[in-house]
Write a protein that binds this ligand. Structure first.
Ligand SMILES: [Zn+2]
Ligand SMILES: [Zn+2]
Length: 367
């Protein structure tokens, strides 16, 4: 069959629509019709400056996606035509014997030396149809949603999974605890909703710009949520909001900038968990950001945890699918307003909107 695909020729280049042939699925394979894609901040970066992991141009961007199963190959029993499925970005390397990604593997795909991701090494979903290889269908991040499930929510499976990986790698730091979120972009807005769903005692949202902070507080706030401006007094203002505790219990760095890594350690107290969730990457590569930790007094005696997550494994994907299917994020639709919805022939406009300082989640419709 013929399918439509939008190839970006080079960073800061142009998208060109192309008709291409999509085969029938072979044994173990699944053919998908793309329903919705949402735009990740990494798509904005790839569009503007590219990414070393993308070796081949023209490239197919977009990795946050939900699809309708269009046809299945021989031997596929998990999926049937008509199923709505969500797909992750980090995927197995394809080697069925790999100790990370294979049938007997740990499932830690991002630790595999041959790790790959959709929209990076593996083609993204800026296309109307895709055939997933058998190893992807068997081992990869593809989950089925209940009949009638909202595709606008299903396409946000992957970014939500990444967020939940960060919030659940260390146990017992969210429920009944004080959560600090640095940045008020989409990852912090998912984290805020998850923290509410997980029963956080208080959520402190820290952001430089007023516009997005106000949007998030207005649409997602309740009596557990406060906003703090990221100015010269941010440390004392956050710590004051933690009272009567002396410190927050969980600090999530969702701003991919060095100042966030300078601020976060200043908020560490007794038992605080820091999730270095957003990495810092510039034209000059990944800068070294040093911070001295006393392994005896800080880590042992004060029980501090410095951890990070990036991307998502099947664990995060399953958790996100469960949160979505159980309706644990009832305000999710508010992350996408009318100015953040586009048809598939407006990908450049969608990416431009996603790079605005007040934008939360841009969704592209493929129907
Ligand atoms: Zn993403
Ligand atoms: Zn592997």
């Amino acid at each position: 069959m013929q399918a439509l695909a939008y190839y970006l020729d080079q960073p800061s280049g142009t998208f060109t629509a192309k008709q291409q042939d999509v085969p029938d699925p072979g044994p173990g394979e699944v053919r998908l019709r793309v329903a919705k894609t949402s735009v990740c901040q990494s798509d904005v970066v790839i569009y503007k400056v590219g990414l070393p992991r993308i070796k081949e141009w023209p490239a197919l961007l977009l990795h946050e996606v939900c699809c309708v199963v269009d046809a299945v190959g021989d031997g596929v029993t998990k999926f049937a035509p008509g199923d709505l499925v969500g797909i992750g970005c980090d995927i197995p390397c394809g080697d069925l014997d790999c100790i990370y990604c294979g049938r007997d593997g740990t499932g830690d795909w991002t630790s595999c030396p041959n790790t790959q991701a959709t929209g990076h090494e593996f083609p993204g979903f800026a296309r109307s149809h895709a055939v997933l290889p058998a190893w992807f269908v068997e081992l990869g991040p593809i989950v089925k949603f209940p009949p009638g499930f909202n595709p606008d929510h299903a396409c946000q499976l992957e970014p939500l999974a990444c967020c939940l990986e960060g919030m659940t790698r260390v146990n017992a730091c969210i429920e009944n605890r004080i959560v600090v979120l640095l940045g008020a972009g989409s990852q912090s807005t998912y984290a805020l909703q998850c923290a509410q769903a997980m029963g956080a005692r208080k959520i402190i949202l820290v952001n430089r710009g007023a516009e997005r902070l106000e949007r998030v507080l207005r649409d997602f706030g309740d009596d557990t949520v406060v906003g703090v401006r990221w100015d010269d007094n941010v440390v004392e203002n956050v710590l004051r909001e933690c009272l009567p505790f002396n410190e927050p219990h969980f600090v999530m760095v969702n701003a991919p900038a060095q100042p966030a890594y300078e601020l976060a350690p200043k908020l560490m107290g007794y038992g605080t968990v820091l999730d270095a969730h957003a990495g810092v990457k510039g034209a000059a590569g990944k800068p070294r950001i040093a911070h001295e930790v006393d392994l005896n007094n800080d880590i042992h005696y004060r029980l501090q945890v410095y951890q990070a997550t990036h991307g998502s494994s099947m664990r995060g994907i399953n958790l996100a699918a469960q949160f979505l299917s159980d309706g644990k994020l009832p305000k999710l639709d508010l992350m996408t307003n009318d100015s953040e919805r586009f048809k598939h022939d407006k990908i450049p406009q969608a990416i431009a909107r996603a790079s605005d300082s007040d934008s939360l989640k841009v969704i592209i419709d493929w129907d």
